[in-house]
Write a protein that binds this ligand. Structure first.
Ligand SMILES: [Fe+2]
Ligand SMILES: [Fe+2]
Length: 225
């Protein structure tokens, strides 16, 4: 069923339910979407057999409520991205930023990595907030034109992909500083809520970037891959 020579980006396009399994194994299907499953396993020191089995199980258990974004027109896809990802981010980012600062202030003495986590959350929030504003102000209107200018679409696509790489780097640092979102026994409620929110945030960021990198941007002639 699962072909180890398929790229992980294509795998998630065919089977969105594989995204969560790849995320759990820290395989990047967004900016690293062009690597094959076998190649990604090699890089992470993972055995491809058990991972392919876990992916096949996820496909079998598929709930059926995941829509195929490839079937949407570009304006509909853009509207979906704004409603499903951009709008919630404008609430989530200020919330986790405040909570991250509070948890670092109260528990940073007990766990110094919380201070680094707070810093990464602030950098991620600054970058993502500016990024989604730019997409809505410039990239999306350019792509929604009846005849997008290939040069403009290409230039904006390149900038967008570069910013996605940056966001991906912050997400990796966030996961490392939170020890894979592991909550210690002594953690208070704020600590627990923060880690749960960050894990949700990571899931949404990966899916969001994946849609833009692998479904939206490749549709435009002249857009850099
Ligand atoms: Fe976006
Ligand atoms: Fe984006």
């Amino acid at each position: 069923m699962i072909d180890p020579q398929q790229t992980v980006g294509d795998l998630v396009l065919d089977h969105p339910e594989c995204a969560a399994v790849l995320q759990r194994h820290r395989i990047d299907y967004c900016c690293g979407g062009n690597q094959t499953l076998a190649g990604a396993c090699l890089k992470r020191g993972l055995d491809v057999g058990p991972l392919a089995a876990a992916l096949e199980q996820a496909v079998r258990e598929r709930g059926g409520d995941e829509m195929d974004a490839r079937t949407l027109s570009s304006p509909a896809l853009i509207a979906h991205i704004v409603v499903r990802y951009h709008t919630p981010l404008r609430k989530t980012l200020p919330f986790v930023r405040t909570l991250g600062a509070k948890v670092a202030r109260v528990h940073g003495g007990h766990n110094p990595r919380l201070v680094e986590l707070d810093r990464v959350i602030a950098e991620l929030a600054d970058t993502l907030e500016a990024h989604i504003d730019d997409e809505e102000a410039t990239l999306f209107p350019t792509l929604e034109r009846r005849e997008p200018q290939p040069a403009a679409a290409g230039r904006l696509s390149k900038t967008t992909r570069d910013e996605h790489e940056m966001v991906g780097g912050f997400v990796n640092r966030m996961r490392a500083a939170s020890d894979d979102y592991t909550v210690p026994d002594w953690a208070c409620n704020s600590y627990r809520v923060l880690f749960r929110e960050l894990e949700h945030l990571e899931t949404d960021v990966l899916r969001h970037v994946h849609l833009e990198n692998h479904v939206l941007l490749p549709r435009f002639a002249g857009a850099a891959r």
